[in-house]
Design a protein. Structure first.
Length: 213
């Protein structure tokens, strides 16, 4: 059903450049794009800026009459590229271990929504926070691993949609996902070994290698 709604709204955008259709897409995906952004950026303000710029770029994309087959994948892809641009331009590079999550940012986005929306978002906030801790532990892994985990575990996207976002084949995305899960298991096993780095008073220095390839 959700896919049918997207296809109808996308048709309205392609044929009429309908602002109302775009507004409905904005309402459908602003929370998801913000979630994706806040997990990868150092502040609420950065995530809000990227979220706003993502929809601005998408609207420009529509006006340029470029072909769009999946609006959700397009939005994630734009957000991902904007985040990458910010880190390329930033100096110095901010490590994930220094990133904190401020729930007030999510509250600002969901404040005007009805209680059922806010209840759903509160659950998603908890899931995002849990995954953020996991990603922090695995910051030595490839960016693709973190992206696939976020899109799959937090946003619940299919491997097909994730493949469109990352511009990879679905089979490759599945491989990345299972390698990331394997890396998580290996990390957890290492953390429980006597004398492991995670039992020391100081946090891990991130020099472990990505054995998952």
């Amino acid at each position: 059903m959700a896919n049918l709604i997207d296809r109808y709204l996308l048709f309205r955008l392609r044929t009429k450049q309908d602002p109302e259709a775009f507004a409905r897409l904005y309402d459908r995906y602003i929370e998801a794009i913000y979630r994706f952004s806040i997990l990868k950026l150092p502040s609420v303000e950065d995530a809000q800026d990227v979220t706003a710029e993502t929809f601005t770029r998408a609207w420009q994309y529509v006006h340029e009459h470029k072909e769009i087959t999946n609006i959700r994948a397009l939005l994630y892809r734009i957000a991902r590229n904007l985040i990458a641009d910010r880190y390329r331009q930033a100096e110095p590079v901010i490590l994930l271990e220094s990133v904190t999550f401020d729930a007030s940012g999510a509250s600002a986005i969901t404040q005007a929504r009805d209680p059922s929306d806010r209840n759903r978002e509160s659950g998603l906030i908890q899931a995002r926070a849990d995954l953020a801790l996991l990603i922090q532990r695995l910051q030595v892994l490839k960016e693709d691993y973190r992206d696939v985990l976020t899109l799959r575990l937090v946003d619940g996207l299919s491997f097909g949609v994730i493949a469109e976002i990352l511009e990879k084949k679905p089979g490759n995305v599945r491989v990345i996902y299972h390698r990331a899960l394997k890396a998580i298991k290996q990390q957890e096993q290492t953390s429980h070994e006597p004398g492991s780095a995670t039992e020391a008073p100081q946090p891990a220095d991130g020099r472990e290698t990505d054995s998952a390839g």
